[in-house]
Design a protein around this ligand. Sequence first.
Ligand SMILES: Cc1cc2nc3c(=O)[nH]c(=O)nc-3n(C[C@H](O)[C@H](O)[C@H](O)COP(=O)(O)O)c2cc1C
Ligand SMILES: [Mn+2]
Length: 468
Amino acid sequence: MKRSIKDLRGFLDLLEASSELAVVNVEVDPVLEIAAITDRICKQPGGGKALRFNRVKGSRFPVLTNLFGSSQRTAWALNTDLVQTQADRLASDLKAVDVGGAEEKLWQLVENPLWLPRLIPHPPCQEVIEKERPNVSVVPVLKSWPRDGGRFLTMPMVFTRDPATGRDNCGMYRVQIFGPQLVGLHWGKASDGARHAAAWRARNKPMPIAIALGGDPVLTYAATAPLPPGIEETAFAGYLRQKSIETTRCLTSDLEVPAQAEFIIEGYVLPNQTLPEGPFGNHTGYYAPPAPAPVMQITAITHRHDALYPCTIVGRPPMENCYFAKATERLFLPLIQADHPEVIDLNMPIEGIFHGCALVSIRKQQAGQGRRIIRDLWDKGMLRCSRLLVILDEDVRVQDLGESFWRTINHLDPNRDIVIGRSRIGIDATRKGQDEGKSHAWPPEVTQDDKIRRLVERRWDEYGFDDS
Ligand SMILES: Cc1cc2nc3c(=O)[nH]c(=O)nc-3n(C[C@H](O)[C@H](O)[C@H](O)COP(=O)(O)O)c2cc1C
Ligand SMILES: [Mn+2]
């Protein structure tokens, strides 16, 4: 699909034209009510429509939820009608790069001048500038669950810069509102945001930071993608949309942020300040407990005149983020395959909360290959955090959970097939040969004789069933 979408408005127009948007015009409360409505909608088969709440108590700005909560809408966000089309493009582009492993190939592909962000003047995200007394409470931030510790930005793009390399990162990490000019940041230990913060702390300097809300949906997706450290999300987004992302310089720091965003929150992270963040109703379906988190001092808030506030509700699956997670499964499979050509397919069931569980089918050619690939996949890349990793043979359709479970439980010998890693479990559910500790030859599968099957097929009508 060729399209000219470059911001949230363009995306909303597409949703509206395709009857994928529902608009709520009665007044609703950003505390719990919008989340409860959205939770109910996104549990509908297929994920329900995107929602626009025009009258939000306490704010003049509309709230958008469930924007990406279907396979179709996530595909559109990724500049395609079908995520697999982008995955196929990435796979063939990766094959065409003839250097190094998956990470080097991706680097070569993405760090192309064609895809690098481009600075523009007079950005829409700076139509309104609040530098004197910025107040984050102009944003209609939601409280999603009754025991949440407060209000959280749930779809923020958090921009930081590596002080050593000057390279920028854009990651999606939830942000808790602490005060008019104070928010808390929740970047995981292994994230690029945390890495940057540690580097600035080591220099004992405040870290410039900016939070963008809205803008081209492709960048919102890229902020959640498991890109290797150092690859810039803006360039990856440019690669996916086949056109550079437009950026602009912050007003109170050097950082570059998406020009087409709805809101930009600028500020600094002080080296040694933390505040308790959470609890937060998380994508596991359980509350994350409160813990100390770094804080950001806000120096400016800029936005469009008629800004829109996009956010998501996380909680027990299925939820909106499952569709992003499935897109990542498709897009990053070619990267896994670039390093491990024996990998055929991958399923990360949404009930496994994405990182938790992965089923991988492989073309097995050697004894011990199943166990070996478990170790290799835990070593680096997207599956390194899989707490349950199941390896199946190439003929198993891993997208079919019933079939995968049947094969796994029947192939499994717990004495032989379990691999325990650091707080991880792997199951080698491939067929085993006698060279792999199997005492007998692998038993034949129960299937009908081909000739008889064809005969029955031919005579089916004669038998007189009323179906066909
Ligand atoms: C809705 C949503 C919320 C997320 N919240 C967090 C978060 O609070 N902390 C975190 O470390 N990762 C969070 N993630 C996952 C990160 O966005 C993801 O790991 C991303 O790759 C991080 O970027 P980075 O590799 O540049 O650090 C969230 C993802 C989604 C889709
Ligand atoms: Mn990153």
